[in-house]
Every structure is written in structure tokens, then in C-alpha cells.
Write a protein that binds this ligand. Structure first.
Ligand code: SF4
Length: 610
């Protein structure tokens, strides 16, 4: 008996129309835990080298973890892994909601999609009954609309993942949506699902999860919940959710504004948690088993739309970065992007980049089909979202991401295409935050904040410092935060409520029957991190140090306004931090794991395939 797991891997080959269930391998569970650990293990082991990310050979792995669907607080996280069409390297996107619990209750630890269906389909999973069903009538519809249709058709208890027109049209940052607004947003996982002609996945599970020691687990889970409920941070976190970060980010000069040219938006107050709650929030919304529901269900009277959000990242990228200051405009853009199934982070970044190009005269009305693409023009943002999702005109270029767009537009625009490894930066300006910049540079999916949110460390030890402890902090966070994505639980009870990390191992031990310390688990996380790095070297022929460097904006152009006005991170300092980081990781000067590190982590046989 494999305690704590669904017990099976569900493989669906869409080309062959074959459905195979195989027992979950306890050895792989021990070495890689689940979630993103399973994702990279199977992707690395089975993806043909050099596979086209949008070809039938790419794999889409949808994986809960051993904590998913249990009574551990926030056990509602699901990992979606594939080869990224945006970066050409590793993609893993975490999404909350309830779907992960249903997948576990149906008895699966990963659903692996390969091949390509000959016509639009959706995947139907009802415990052991698995079918590939016709979805011709759903193709062309939006993500939220399709979820509503399938819930009516199949029953409310089915949890649904969908793609919108962005995923159908291969937008390189198309997302997969679940629970009416929770997004697996980054890296183009929705484009990969669309390339397989899969419009949706609907899952219902009724089997429960085998627990090794029920009594001990009840005790551990109760302790975790009690600690959450005792937390001083709970009230504010639940009241404002991630939108509460808007005010703080502006006050410290980290709110991306006008394509990351500064860290403070004039008029940011209307996007902050307090005014958002007053103006549009209807109620709180949480993922499965969450004691601190940070999601906000909102209603914009101006546009008469209902949506989940906006989250901080959307307000940062569609709001600040495009200089939009009305929360209802941001909410509408959020709604449009969710329905079209495109990532608000990458889309906001791409539109802000195009706005700067337009204002500098690098592109003109001729390129934009007459759209006045100026900062602050909300109507232009809405139009661009549609153009991107349908790949119309300039939208076809922006749908490829800012790295590609800057190569097309040229004229020095590469310097302010805000990306690393081909992925658009998310919502933190780094002109005065060297360790946060390093976090973006070295993130294993491209420039994303969720692996290492080290900006508070910059504030704590001194923003200007370029010291080895900053590299060490980034590494520590890169092992701690993504560990939650392997376990299948939310990290925010730790980050926002201050939950003691040492409370998790007893719960995991009671669930799985295997005793492990938090340090043991961090070692697994380090193994996963290094395997993702090997994947990059295997899949991207010229991969190395240059791929970890940020755009010149951060080291050549000081922030133009706000509290950090005049700040930048000098190029030699960015290089120095990277050197420290590589050395502390046990990697060479190109960022390749060295033999000793591979040996220590049990990755030698994987490295031989690179
Ligand atoms: Fe979901 Fe927020 Fe709760 Fe985390 S804290 S489980 S993201 S609702």
C-alpha cells in the first residue's frame, strides 16, 4: 500500500486514443515526492530530446502531491509541467482550486497527456472510468464559459480545467484555468494543451486517500489549523489577499510601472487592497481546505462582470506596468484575459513593452492597426488582449512573448524587453533589489517570483549590498518554496501566516508512513531543482550563463521616479551575484551542475543523458 498517494499514473495517448493506468512507483515517490517532482522526473525520463513544445511528442503532466486533498491547510495545489513553448526549456505552473483533490480521490498521482487528438476533445475522468470525449461544440469558446457548460452537463461536483482561445491559437503564454479563475498561468501550459486538441479535463473522484496513521494525522492536521487560526497575519491576509501587497510594493518602490522604468505608480492607491475591497469585492474565495482564503470574488459595476481577482500580479502587470489606475479597468482586463485563457503577467508585460515601443516611435499606428498604444489607455489594453489571443496583426507578434517581439521590432528594444530565459518578469521591479533580481535571473522556469521572493531580504540586510548571503538566501528560498509544489500544498500559510515549517514533516509522516525531517525534504527539493537545470541544458543547445542574465534596463537605466529613483544594479554586480550563486550551488561558470553535486543528489544517470 502506497499511503498518501492516489496509487496510479494515468497515461492518455491522444494520437493512439489509448488510456493506460500504471501503479505509482514507490521509489519515484520517495525520490521526487509528487507534484512538480513527478512532473520533471517523467518529463526528463520520457520526452524525446529536442521535442517541439507544440508537437504531439510534448508531454503535459498534471500532478497533485502527497499532501493534496488531505486535511493539511491549503492542500489544494496542483502542478502542471511540460516543455515550454515560450522558453523552449522547463515549464511548471502551480494552480490552486479543488481539481487536485478530485484527481487524488479518483486515484491518480499524475495525468500524463501525450500525442494529439484528431479533433477537439475533452478528457472525462470519473474514478476508474476514463474517456476521451468529443468537444467540437466547445472549441472556440472562452475558458470560463466552457467550465460553466461542462459543470451543467456533468454535474457541479466535477472539477474542470479548460483552455480559452489563447490556448487554441498557440499563444506562447496561454494558461489552463480551473475553478472559475484560478490559473496555471506561466510558461504556456495552455498552448501545449491546445496543441493536443484538448479543450478541457473534467474529474470527479470518490475514493479518498489511504492514510498510514489516521490518529497521528488528525493530531498533526489539527495543530497546523490551530496555528493558522492563531496567526496575527490572518485577518489582514484574508481581508485583502494578494492585493494587499500593492500599497507596500509602491511604498518601497518595487511596483512595476511603465514597463519597469520605475517602481511606483502615481495613483496606485485605487489598485490597493482597501479600495479594491470597498469598490468591487463581493466575498472571499479559497482553494481546497484553506483556512485563509485569499481569493477575492469581485463584481465590476462599470463593466457588469464577475470574476476572481484581480490578484496582485494582475494589478502589477496590467495595472502598474501599463499605467492603468482604475481597479475596474484592471478587473475587466483580468476577466477578458481569463476568458481568453492568457496569462495576465506575460500579457501585461508584453502590452507594456509594446506601449513603450509605440511611445518611442519604434512601432507606429501602421503596426498597431490604428490602436493608440499609449501608457494608461485601458481600451488599448482590452483590444490588445483580444488581438494576442486571436493572433491578429501585432497580436501575432506579442503572442510569442517579449523576447521574440523585441527581435522583430529591433532598434534597441531588447534592452527593455523585460524577460529572463524568454519568460516575462512578474510583478516586482528590481532596480533597487539585487537579490530579487538574482531570483528572477535564476528561476528555473524563467523570470517568475514564486520560486524565491527574496525582496524582503534585500530590505532587511540593505538593498545596495552585493554579498554572498544574498545568493545563499535565494538558494534557500528556491528549495523551500517550490517544495510545496512537490508536496501539493499552498506555501502561503508559511509565508503570510508564519506557520512553522517543522509542523509539516509530522503530518507528511502520518500520511505516508515515512519519517523525514524538513532538511531531508529540502534535499529532495534540491534534487528536483538540479534536474530542471539539466533539462535546460539538454533541450536548449546554447543554454548557459547568458540565459540567466536580465535585460539591460536594470543595470543601464536607473529607475526614473518613485522611492528608488536613480537606483540600478550595475552589470558587474549582477555578474558577481551570479558567480556567488553558481559557486554555492556547486555549479560551474556556465551554471552546469558539477559531478560532485550530481553524485550527492543521485542525478548522475540523468546527467549522462544530457
Ligand atoms: Fe489558495 Fe490563497 Fe488559501 Fe493559498 S492562501 S490555498 S492560494 S486561497
Amino acid at each position: 500500500m502506497l499511503y498518501g498517494y492516489g496509487g496510479h499514473i494515468l497515461r492518455i495517448d491522444l494520437s493512439a486514443e489509448s488510456i493506460v493506468k500504471e501503479p505509482t512507483d514507490p521509489k519515484i515517490a520517495e525520490q521526487f515526492l509528487g507534484g512538480r517532482g513527478f512532473g520533471i522526473y517523467y518529463l526528463f525520463s520520457e520526452l524525446p530530446n529536442g521535442a517541439n513544445p507544440l508537437g504531439p511528442e510534448n508531454m503535459l503532466l498534471i500532478s497533485p502531491g502527497p499532501l493534496s486533498g488531505t486535511l493539511v491547510p491549503g492542500a489544494g495545489k496542483l502542478d502542471i509541467t511540460c516543455k515550454s513553448p515560450l522558453t523552449g526549456g522547463y515549464a511548471s505552473s502551480s494552480v490552486g482550486g479543488i481539481l487536485t483533490a478530485e484527481i487524488k480521490y479518483a486515484g491518480y498521482d499524475s495525468i500524463i497527456l501525450t500525442g494529439k487528438a484528431s479533433k477537439p476533445v475533452y478528457i472525462f475522468v470519473d474514478d476508474d472510468k476514463v474517456e476521451i470525449r468529443d468537444a467540437s461544440d466547445l472549441w472556440g469558446l472562452g475558458s470560463l464559459t466552457v467550465e460553466e457548460i461542462l459543470k451543467k452537463r456533468l454535474g457541479e461536483e466535477f472539477q474542470i480545467a479548460t483552455i480559452g482561445q489563447g490556448g487554441e491559437n498557440g499563444v506562447k503564454y496561454a494558461c489552463i484555468t480551473t475553478d472559475y479563475g484560478r490559473q496555471a498561468g506561466r510558461g504556456g501550459v495552455g498552448a501545449v494543451m491546445g496543441s493536443k486538441n484538448v479543450k478541457a479535463i473534467a474529474v470527479r473522484g470518490t475514493k479518498g486517500i489511504p492514510i498510514a496513521d489516521v490518529k497521528a494525522f488528525r493530531k498533526a492536521a489539527r495543530t497546523l489549523y490551530r496555528e493558522c487560526k492563531k496567526s496575527e497575519g490572518l485577518e489582514v491576509w484574508q481581508k485583502y489577499g494578494t492585493a494587499g501587497v500593492v500599497t507596500w510594493a509602491n511604498e518601497i518602490g518595487a511596483f512595476p510601472t511603465r514597463n519597469f522604468s520605475s517602481g511606483m505608480l502615481d495613483g496606485y492607491e485605487s489598485l490597493g487592497g482597501e479600495l479594491m475591497r470597498e469598490k468591487i469585492v463581493v466575498t472571499d474565495k479559497g482553494c481546497f481546505g484553506c483556512p485563509s482564503p485569499c481569493g477575492k470574488w469581485s463584481h465590476s459595476k462599470k463593466y457588469d462582470i464577475r470574476l476572481e481577482g484581480p490578484e496582485y500580479e494582475t494589478s502589477a502587470m496590467v495595472g502598474g506596468d501599463c499605467a492603468i489606475t482604475d481597479i475596474e479597468d484592471v478587473a475587466y482586463a483580468n476577466y477578458v484575459a481569463d476568458e481568453l485563457g492568457i496569462d495576465t503577467i506575460s500579457a501585461g508585460n508584453a502590452i507594456a513593452f509594446a506601449m513603450e515601443c509605440y511611445e518611442r516611435g519604434i512601432i507606429t499606428d501602421k503596426d498597431t492597426d490604428g490602436v493608440q498604444l499609449t501608457f494608461g489607455n485601458a481600451e488599448a489594453v482590452f483590444t490588445m488582449l483580444h488581438k494576442i489571443a486571436h493572433r491578429e496583426g501585432i497580436g501575432d507578434i506579442l503572442a510569442e512573448g517579449v523576447k521574440h517581439a523585441s527581435q522583430v521590432f529591433g532598434k534597441g528594444s531588447e534592452a527593455f524587453a523585460i524577460q529572463a530565459k524568454g519568460m516575462e518578469f512578474s510583478g516586482y521591479d528590481c532596480h533597487a533589489a539585487p537579490s530579487m533580481l538574482l531570483s528572477y535571473m535564476t528561476c528555473d522556469v524563467g523570470a517568475h517570483h514564486n520560486r524565491s521572493w527574496s525582496i524582503t531580504y534585500d530590505l532587511q540586510v540593505g538593498r545596495e549590498k552585493i554579498t554572498p548571503d544574498k545568493a545563499a538566501k535565494v538558494i534557500e528560498l528556491q528549495h523551500t518554496r517550490p517544495l510545496f509544489d512537490a508536496l501539493g500544498a499552498c506555501r502561503l500559510q508559511w509565508v503570510e501566516l508564519g506557520l512553522d515549517l517543522n509542523l509539516y514533516p509530522p503530518a507528511l509522516a502520518a500520511i505516508t508512513g515515512i519519517e523525514r525531517s524538513w532538511e531531508d525534504l529540502l534535499k529532495v527539493s534540491e534534487r528536483i531543482w538540479n534536474l530542471t537545470r539539466l533539462f535546460w541544458f539538454r533541450e536548449v543547445p546554447d543554454f548557459g550563463r547568458a540565459w540567466d542574465m536580465p535585460p539591460a534596463r536594470f543595470y543601464e537605466e536607473p529607475a526614473v521616479s518613485g522611492p528608488t529613483k536613480g537606483s540600478l544594479v550595475a552589470r558587474q554586480d549582477a555578474e558577481k551575484l551570479l558567480d556567488m550563486y553558481y559557486e554555492q550551488r556547486g555549479w560551474d561558470a556556465q551554471g552546469r551542475p558539477l559531478p560532485d553535486k550530481l553524485e550527492e543528489l543521485g542525478l548522475v544517470e540523468f546527467a549522462e543523458k544530457v
